[in-house]
Design a protein around this ligand. Structure first.
Ligand code: HEM
Length: 355
């Protein structure tokens, strides 16, 4: 695509020193003792993946450019439930460095988080812009449904332009974080240390005898309970119960996916190499660059590197969150929720210590 000479003087991307500042700030906010397993990392990775994973190659729509999740149309998609935590964690950085676009900030945060959690260094390029309205926000329903099988995974990921090997590598991100019943309806973590990036997910997928479990909400997932530990310390066994989604199990059962589960379980370096390449590809979906790396999508050429204003810090009605005016009070509400969660966790630790 050629560049309109009228726009060449517009800023196209942040400078290296500006980015270093933001990277440092992301590193400093990863430690979140009051949240989940003590790290913002996993949910930041999921934010970037869901921002980018709406891409459709056939229509060249969706993807991480634009930060469409600021709008109710995309942010309110039930598939994105819980990602307001990730966006809220990043707000202080947006406040300190208002020049950065949300779309660059969200994608960069995931890359920094993966590396800080012990994962590979993922190539990342800036220059994404923020949409000025929701007219280019993709329709809902483009993200995967954890209750489905291999055909569904192919339908979703082939649409973005990924192959079977890439689908398995991307799924290895489930080495991080957990499911929350109040977000997706599923519950639990995939590995015992969900804030350390590794290939343990693949090893456990193969190693354990996963049992189907129907949750109270009717959803089915797979669980592994250590029966020996259950006899010794039922509470600890409960805490260490691991889970897999039906889509995770599909990787084990489908012969073409299985080849890559086996390889990634055996060879951590191979998994890290593949993951870095495929996550970088994910973040670039729908982004066109010239030879100098400048983003030359229509909206970027028109408006340059347009950073959306930071959300208001003042309280608004909850239903205003993520709307066009970006008025919201996600931060206050989530802080309270996190404090309550942390109190609950601390009392659990005390009970355990007394046992
Ligand atoms: C293969 C299809 C996929 C399905 C069906 C799926 C589904 C899910 C579900 C249901 C959750 C739990 C959300 C919650 O309750 O908070 C989750 C969490 C997560 N997913 Fe996926 N996912 C898929 C692929 C991916 C990919 C490609 C990535 C990144 C490369 C990823 C990264 C994560 C992370 C890091 C979490 C943990 C988030 C947290 O701790 O808050 N997932 N996923």
């Amino acid at each position: 695509m050629s560049i309109n000479p009228e726009h060449t003087s517009l800023p196209s991307s942040p400078s290296a020193s500006q980015l270093d500042e933001v990277k440092q700030a992301i590193k400093s906010l990863l430690h979140q003792p009051d949240y989940d397993d003590g790290s913002a990392g996993p949910v930041l990775v999921r934010l970037a993946w869901h921002a980018a994973g709406t891409y459709c190659a056939a229509t060249n729509t969706g993807g991480s450019n634009g930060a469409g999740m600021r709008y109710e149309k995309e942010g309110g998609d039930p598939a994105n439930a819980g990602l307001q935590h990730a966006r809220t964690f990043l707000e202080p950085i947006k406040k300190a460095s208002p020049w950065i676009t949300y779309s660059d900030l969200w994608t960069l945060a995931a890359v920094v988080a993966v590396s800080e959690m012990g994962g590979p260094n993922i190539p990342w390029q800036g220059g994404r812009t923020d949409f000025t309205d929701d007219s280019r926000v993709p329709p809902r329903g483009r993200l995967p449904d954890g209750s489905k099988g291999a055909d569904h995974l192919r339908w979703i990921f082939y649409r973005m332009g990924f192959d079977d090997r890439e689908i398995v590598a991307l799924s290895g991100a489930h080495n991080l974080g957990r499911c929350h019943s109040d977000r997706s309806g599923f519950e639990g973590k995939w590995v015992n240390n969900p804030t350390r990036f590794s290939n343990t997910y693949f090893k456990l997928l193969k190693m354990h005898d996963w049992k189907n479990k129907v949750l109270a909400n009717g959803l089915e997932q797979y669980v592994y309970v250590d029966e020996d530990l259950k006899d010794e310390d039922p509470e600890l066994a409960e805490e260490e119960t691991l889970m897999m989604l039906p889509t995770d199990m599909a990787l084990l059962e489908d012969p073409s996916f299985r080849v890559w589960v086996d390889k990634f379980a055996e060879d951590k370096e191979l998994f890290f190499r593949d993951f870095a390449a495929v996550f970088a590809k994910l973040l670039e979906l729908g982004i066109q660059r010239d030879v100098g790396g400048r983003v030359v999508n229509e909206e970027n050429l028109k408006d340059g590197y347009r950073s959306a204003p930071k959300k208001s810090d003042s309280s608004g009605r909850p239903e205003w969150d993520q709307n066009e005016e970006q008025v919201g009070h996600e931060a206050g509400r989530l802080k309270k929720e996190n404090e309550q969660y942390s109190k609950k966790e601390k009392s659990r630790v005390v009970v355990k210590a007394k046992l």
